[in-house]
Design a binder for this molecule. Structure first.
Ligand code: PLP
Length: 462
C-alpha cells in the first residue's frame, strides 16, 4: 500500500504546486539562467495576474472587456499577421481598407469610396496623426502666404491626455477651454475667443472623458463659419470621436457632428471602445485626399511592395483590425444600435436608482453623450464620507467605480463615473446597486474618522 501511495504521489509531481520547479525561486527582476517547463511558468504567470482587478467589474474603462468566442478564435488564428506587411498579407490589408470605407460611409463622408484613412493602435495614435495633418496643412498655407509658422496653437475643450501629448511633442500651444463653474464642455463662444491666425484646428470631443458628454460640434462649426466670414480666418476641425464615433451613428443618427459638416476634416475613434473590437485598434479618417498632406505619407518599398503608410508604428498586430471587420459584418448598424441602446437603458436606470439611494446629484445621466453616468455628492450636505471612501468600500466587492477630481478650475469637484459597456447587464447593474447600498449603509454606521483623499484612494488616470 505504501509503495502504491508513493507511486501515486510521484505521478502527481506534474502539479506545479508540488513541483521541484517551484521550490526553485525565479528571480523577479533578472532573467534567470535556465529554462523552465512551460506549464509551470504558465501557472506562475497566471497566479501573478490573479491579483489584477476583474475587468468586467472595472466600470471605469471605456475599453472592451468581453468578446465572442468567434472573436477569440479569430485573434488566435491571426496571431502571426503583421499589419505592416501589406504585400505579404494582402487580404488583411484589404479588410483594413474595407473598414476605412465603411467608417467613412458611416460618418457621412461625401466621397466614402475615395476617403483616406488608416487603422492605428488606438485613438491616441489616431489623434497624433490627425493633429499632425492639421499642423502640416496649416504650415503649408502659412508658407504659401509668406507668413511665420513658429507659434501654432490648437483649441480643445477639456481633453483626453493624448491631446496634451500631441501639443507637447509637436510644440503646439494647447488652448484648452477649461471647465468653469457648471460649464464642463467647450462652447462656441469660448472657442471663438481663442481663435487667431496661428490656430491649426479646433478639436471637439464626442464623449468627453471626464463626464461622457458630447461637445457641440455643429454649433462650434457654425461659430467658426461666422468667424471666418467676418475675420477671414478659416479654421478646420478634427473630431475626437474615441467613444462617440461608434455610438452616435447608430443611436443618434440625426445628431450632426461628422463629415456632414464641411469644416470637419478628420475624425478619430477607438475600435476597442464602443467599436467592440479587442484592445489595440483605432481609426482615423480624412474627409478628402487634400486634407492629408502628401509629405506625411511614406511609400515604403518593402519586401516587394510599394505601399503608402501613415503610422507611428511599423510592425503591429493585424488581429484587432480583422476582428473589427468581423464585428462590422456580424453586427451591422442594427446590431451596434441594439447593443449601445441596451447600454443607454442600463445607464439611465443606474442614474435613476443611484439618485434615489442617497445624497447624490447626477452630472450626466445618460442623455446627450455616450452610455454612462457621472455623479457628485449633493452640495451642502454633511455626509461624513467622500466619494473616495465609497469607491474604496465598493472595492471590497470587486467593483471598480473610481472617484476622481475634475481637471484644472474644477479640481474642487470630485465625481464618480460609470461606463456602461456591452457586458454590463441589468442583472449586474442590480448587483452593483445592492453593493452600493450596502457600502452607503456601512459608511453611515461606521463614519470614517478621517475621510480618504484622492491620493490615498489611489489616483485614477484617464
Ligand atoms: C480613450 C480616449 C482617447 C484615447 O484613446 P485610446 O484608444 O485609449 O488610445 C482619446 N480621446 C478620448 C475622448 C478618449 O475617450
Amino acid at each position: 500500500m505504501l509503495h502504491q501511495r508513493n507511486s501515486i504521489r510521484a505521478s502527481l509531481d506534474d502539479d506545479v504546486f508540488a513541483s521541484n520547479d517551484l521550490s526553485v525561486r525565479m528571480p523577479k527582476y533578472q532573467m534567470h539562467r535556465d529554462e523552465h517547463e512551460p506549464h509551470h511558468v504558465r501557472q506562475v504567470v497566471i497566479d501573478e495576474l490573479m491579483l489584477d482587478g476583474n475587468s468586467r467589474q472595472n466600470l471605469a474603462t471605456f475599453c472592451q472587456t468581453w468578446a465572442e468566442p468567434e472573436v477569440r478564435e479569430i485573434m488566435a488564428l491571426t496571431l502571426d499577421k503583421n499589419m505592416i506587411d501589406k504585400d505579404e498579407y494582402p487580404q488583411t490589408a484589404e479588410l483594413e481598407a474595407r473598414c476605412v470605407h465603411m467608417l467613412a460611409d458611416l460618418w457621412n463622408s461625401p466621397d466614402a469610396a475615395n476617403t483616406l484613412g488608416t487603422s492605428t493602435t488606438g485613438s491616441s495614435e489616431a489623434a497624433m496623426l490627425g493633429g499632425m495633418a492639421l499642423l502640416w496643412r496649416w504650415r503649408e498655407r502659412r508658407r504659401a502666404e509668406g507668413r511665420p509658422t513658429a507659434t501654432p496653437n490648437l483649441i480643445t475643450g477639456p481633453v483626453q491626455v493624448c491631446w496634451h501629448k500631441f501639443a507637447r511633442y509637436w510644440d503646439v500651444e494647447l488652448r484648452e477651454i477649461q471647465m468653469e463653474g457648471d460649464r464642463l464642455l467647450m462652447t462656441p463662444e469660448e472657442v471663438v475667443k481663442r481663435v487667431d491666425e496661428h490656430t491649426i484646428g479646433v478639436v471637439p470631443t464626442l464623449g468627453v472623458t471626464f463626464t461622457c458628454q458630447y461637445e457641440p460640434v455643429e454649433a462650434v462649426a457654425k461659430a467658426l463659419d461666422e468667424h471666418h466670414a467676418t475675420h477671414g480666418i478659416d479654421v478646420p476641425m478634427h473630431v475626437d470621436g474615441a467613444s462617440g464615433g461608434f455610438v452616435a451613428p447608430f443611436c443618434d443618427p440625426d445628431l450632426v457632428w461628422d463629415f456632414r459638416i464641411p469644416r470637419v476634416k478628420s475624425i478619430n475613434t477607438s475600435g476597442h471602445k464602443f467599436g467592440l473590437a479587442p484592445l489595440g485598434v483605432g481609426w482615423v479618417i480624412w474627409r478628402d485626399v487634400e486634407d492629408l498632406p502628401e509629405e506625411l505619407i511614406f511609400n515604403v518599398n518593402y519586401l516587394g511592395g510599394n505601399m503608402p503608410t501613415f503610422a507611428l508604428n511599423f510592425s503591429r498586430p493585424g488581429g484587432q483590425v480583422i476582428a473589427q471587420y468581423y464585428n462590422f459584418l456580424r453586427l451591422g448598424r442594427e446590431g451596434y444600435r441594439k447593443i449601445h441602446q441596451a447600454g443607454y437603458d442600463n445607464a439611465r436606470y443606474l442614474a435613476d436608482q443611484i439618485s434615489k439611494l442617497g445624497p447624490f446629484e447626477m452630472i450626466y445621466d445618460g442623455h446627450g453623450g455616450i452610455p454612462g453616468l457621472a455623479w457628485k455628492l449633493a452640495e451642502g450636505r454633511d455626509t461624513g464620507f467622500t466619494l473616495f471612501d465609497l469607491a474604496d468600500r465598493l472595492r471590497t466587492n470587486g467593483w471598480q467605480v473610481p472617484a476622481y477630481t475634475l481637471p484644472p478650475h474644477r479640481e474642487d469637484l470630485a465625481i464618480q463615473r460609470i461606463l456602461v459597456r456591452h457586458d454590463f447587464s441589468r442583472d449586474l447593474a442590480d448587483l452593483l446597486l445592492a453593493d452600493y447600498k450596502a457600502a452607503l449603509a456601512h459608511l453611515d454606521k461606521h463614519q470614517p474618522k478621517t475621510t480618504l483623499t484622492e491620493q490615498e484612494a489611489g489616483s485614477f488616470h484617464h
